[in-house]
Structure formats: structure tokens, C-alpha cells
Design a protein. Sequence first.
Length: 407
Amino acid sequence: MEKSSTLIDAYDKYDRISIIKINSNNKVLHGSEYKIETFDGKEVPGKAIVNEAGTVTYFLDSNFFASYENTISLLPNILKDEINSYQNQQDFFNSWVYDEFVYSVGNFNQNNYIIAIPIKIIETKSPVGYKARNMTSFLRYNFLLYTQNEEKLKIEVSHHKEIPVLYDIIDIDTTDYNYYKYQFLTSYKHSSLLLNRKCGEQIVAGPSTFNEDYCTDYAYFFENEEGTIKLEISNTVNNLTKYNASKNKNLEYKIRVRNSGDAPSGNNVITTNVPKKITVDETSISLGGSYNKEENTIVWTIDRIENEKEVMVSYKAVAMDNANGDELIGNSMVTSDQQTATVYSNNTIVTLDRIVEIIHNPNTGKSMIYIPNTNIGMPLSVLFIMIIVICITSLLIILRKNKTQSY
């Protein structure tokens, strides 16, 4: 049997997958990026293009779908193995695929059977401050059987305008052929999960315009949900919060900022207060940080921090020789367009020429004693108790020894 495939002729003009995200004021949100894959994790080749109006349009790769082997490879195994087994049209007519799937159109020359393949539209990058949202859609596989030539089967693939795009990922059992029936889609015709789809309407405030290309895209659009930004910041010096520089005065400061929210954070400004009596190596400042000698600060601007991701900035410095006995204290802070309240880090403390370090915490009113260059410490009160216990124990041992010798 001769087998071939293609995208339908009208795909590039009418059947592209186009998405617009808007805010509550009907203004388009820019910055989304998408990829498409099947429900069993196979990538659907194509590319996404953003026009001047902010519409993200995903074009299927026509070269990929010109290959029958490529096209058939995207089908679930339950269908791929069955269709690959056909040697002639009679095999098709005798199969369960022929019995179960929809006969669409036909004439004296051909019959057309439709299989709807669910796909995931995965938002790999969302607008700053807004949650990413994955969606479900479908590819339409038309199986054309040419009755005048029983050795010819052609697959035409499209994303037809009647096939819905849904807000959420729906529950698909990839081993159940019933989920690939075209009738299955009718249950979503009036679903609240269905995206709106309009043509020729201006839904954006601002300079963007919608032209004929937008109209023929029949773009889906929906109001995007704002997310929560939660920035956290921490400081270390030589990978510690407290460091004794009596032997090695070379210092490396690292500032880590994590966004533990559910949306990306934009225009993040990280400021670190450089401790006095250290000399900054300006060539070591990472990610284009700007050093202000007069204010003893370094400032970084990070365009975007993804949710559940971390960025790290750093610089190197040297402690001055005349800093003996001093505590060189540094800290950092961060703000963003979404989180305007300043978030502060812990302090870093560098000391010199100390066998042990005693650090007072003004928040708790307690003092701690630490082994240099470690985070191992104990409250001073515990140390005093241990000293008293050791003294008493030693005294008792001496008294007992003297008493033994007297006999």
C-alpha cells in the first residue's frame, strides 16, 4: 500500500494554534513561550512566533509532516502499530479502526476517517508576575482512502478551528482508543474550560493593532491569573556566615536569591553592603554588578527570576591588615517590580586573629561562642555551666584521690 502524509493545504492560513494572554484590563501580556507535545511525551515539531499584537502563534513543521514515518510516529502506540500493519485497504476495512472511528466525508473517489490526537500546549515561559498555564488541544488526523486505487492511503494533519483548546490539561488515557474519537470533542463545545476564540475584535489597550493575519489566526485568548512572588536572599563569605581570616585574608562573597513563589519575578534589584576595611576586586564582580566605592555597595539588576529558581551573584575581596580584632559585617537586600517591600539577608561576619569568636545576637539578647570558620557554636551560658561542671568534677576527683592516699 502506498502511504503518504502532509499538512492540509489550508493549515498555514487558517488552522494555526494561536494564543493571547490578557490581564483584567484586557491588555495583552507579552513574554509567553510555548512548546507542543503529545500526551505520551513526544515532541510535536514546529515553531512559535509572536506578532506585534502579542499573539503567540505555533506553526507545525510542514517538512516533518511531509514524512509518513514522522507523522505516524506521533500517534499513540495503540494506533501507530495498528495502522503500520496494513498492507492494503482491505486490511483497513477489516480493522477495529474502521469500525470505531468517524466516517466524515466521501465521494466516488475517497473516504475520510478522522482521528483526534490530544496534545499538550506547554507554557515554557510565562509573562512576569503571572502564572504559567498548560493547555490541551487536538491534532486532526484525516485518513484518506482512495477507492479507485486500493493501494493508496494518505494522512492529512491539521488543527481545525472546530477542535477546542482547553484551559487545563484534561485526563487522557493514552491506551483507550475512545479518547481519539472525533465525537469525544463535542462534550467540550460549551465547556467552561474552553478558551474564547474571536476574530476582528480589538481586545488590547495601547498601540498594538490587529490586522488580517490576526483575524485569520482565530486566536484563542484568556485572562491570565496573577501569581505570587516570594523572594528569599542569603549571604555567605567563603561559603560560611562567619569566617576567621587570620590565616587567609582572601574572601569570596556569594549572594543567593530564590523566588519560591508561583510566577516569575521581574526587574530584580540586588544590593549588597560591602563591609568596611575590605578591598573589592572589581574585576571579580559577577553578572555586570555595579560597584559604588563611596557608598560601599554593589548593585545587580536581574531581569527575570523564574518561580522555584535561584540566581547567584558574587564578588571577591581581601581583608585589610589593619582590621585585626574588628568584625567586618556585610549583608544584602532585594526588591522587584512585583515585590516592592525590601527583603534582607542574614549578616556575614569576618574576624581576624581570634581563637574563638563570641557573637552577640541583638534580636535574642544572647551571645554565642563559635569555633572559627565553622557554624559550630554554643551559648555562652552553656559554656559557663560546662566550665563549672568540669571544675567541680576535677575538685571531687582530687579530694577523692587525697582521701585514698591518706589511708
